[in-house]
Design a protein around this ligand. Structure first.
Ligand SMILES: Cc1cc2nc3c(=O)[nH]c(=O)nc-3n(C[C@H](O)[C@H](O)[C@H](O)COP(=O)(O)OP(=O)(O)OC[C@H]3O[C@@H](n4cnc5c(N)ncnc54)[C@H](O)[C@@H]3O)c2cc1C
Length: 271
């Protein structure tokens, strides 16, 4: 419960929202889907700024990228993205009721370390569209996650070039959040991996790219993948995972090896 909440405001424009926020950032909280805001307990928040209705509400399908509007709920994004690989992740988030309420902007803005969606977006090297003092801009998701500069999340952009994506996770129960998650995506052209993105989250902490494995895979012909898999999996020893959230560091490394092997096998069989 927000025990010191005084005002719940619905601004008419982003400009107005930002002006209100700037007056008292310490005590003001953005809300889009409102699911996490509703469950939040703090003594700090005095103003909730409801942004629902002010943010982009649809998918923009361009030649080189897809933009997912931040106002979209997980279910809306899932239905609009149809057969995009990201749907594998969206459809396993919480329950149907959670997916009907939680939004793309709220998910990114909340920056949960265990978020499945954020792990996939980090693998895709997605760009977050934000609004702040500098107006609108698109910034790499890793930069956004690491930054303390406040901003309103308007949505997220993924490049169209990725034609393979696979997701793995472990959780205590079907409806619980992930204790560890993993996403691998690739852009394969003429039998060669021209771009690869790999990320793991709930490590515990923000999702992290697996740069060493990405570098070994970049430009590799698919028919050499099986022969290289063991060498790539060896790099898991340097992975940035630790103990917590019910799993040991050693177990997270074992999971990462298994997820990586399974994903590379699926990749080699997909084209
Ligand atoms: C019970 C439960 C189970 C869940 N299970 C999963 C799961 O299995 N997998 C998974 O990936 N996720 C899961 N989630 C997380 C969920 O998908 C959303 O990430 C979460 O609910 C936040 O989305 P929201 O739209 O409700 O955010 P809100 O409640 O609206 O906002 C959350 C926070 O984000 C910030 N924020 C909100 N809007 C903006 C904005 N436009 N710009 C900048 N910052 C903003 C604010 O700090 C706000 O406090 C679960 C959540 C719950 C409550």
């Amino acid at each position: 419960m927000l025990i010191n909440l005084k005002e719940f405001l619905k601004p008419n424009s982003l400009k107005e929202a930002w002006k209100v926020y700037q007056k008292d950032p310490e005590h003001t909280l953005f809300s889009t889907g409102g699911l996490s805001t509703a469950l939040r307990e703090d003594e700090r928040t005095q103003i909730v700024l409801d942004l629902k209705g002010l943010l982009p509400n649809q998918i923009e399908n361009r030649e080189d990228h897809i933009f997912i509007g931040g106002n979209m709920t997980i279910n809306e994004a899932m239905n609009s993205l149809k057969d995009h690989d990201l749907v594998q992740v969206l459809k396993q988030v919480g329950t149907n009721q959670i997916r009907n309420m939680a939004t793309i902007s709220g998910t990114i803005g909340q920056k949960y370390g265990w978020s499945d969606i954020i792990t996939a977006l980090v693998a895709y090297k997605a760009k977050v569209r934000v609004y702040n003092d500098d107006g609108e801009s698109n910034i790499p998701i890793e930069e956004y996650l690491g930054s303390k500069v406040p901003s309103i999340v308007l949505g997220v952009t993924i490049e169209q070039k990725y034609n393979f994506g696979t997701f793995h996770y472990i959780s205590r129960t079907d409806y619980d959040v992930s204790q560890f998650n993993f996403y691998l995506c690739a852009s394969v052209e003429n039998g060669r991996m021209v771009e690869v993105g790999i990320a793991y989250g709930a490590r515990p902490g923000f999702a992290q790219r697996f740069n060493e494995a990405e570098e070994m895979l970049k430009d590799l012909p698919l028919n050499e993948l099986v022969g290289k898999t063991d060498k790539i999996v060896e790099k898991v020893e340097n992975a940035n995972v630790s103990t917590g959230f019910g799993l040991s560091q050693e177990y997270r490394k074992e999971l990462l090896k298994v997820y990586l092997k399974r994903s590379l096998q699926a990749l080699s069989e997909s084209f």
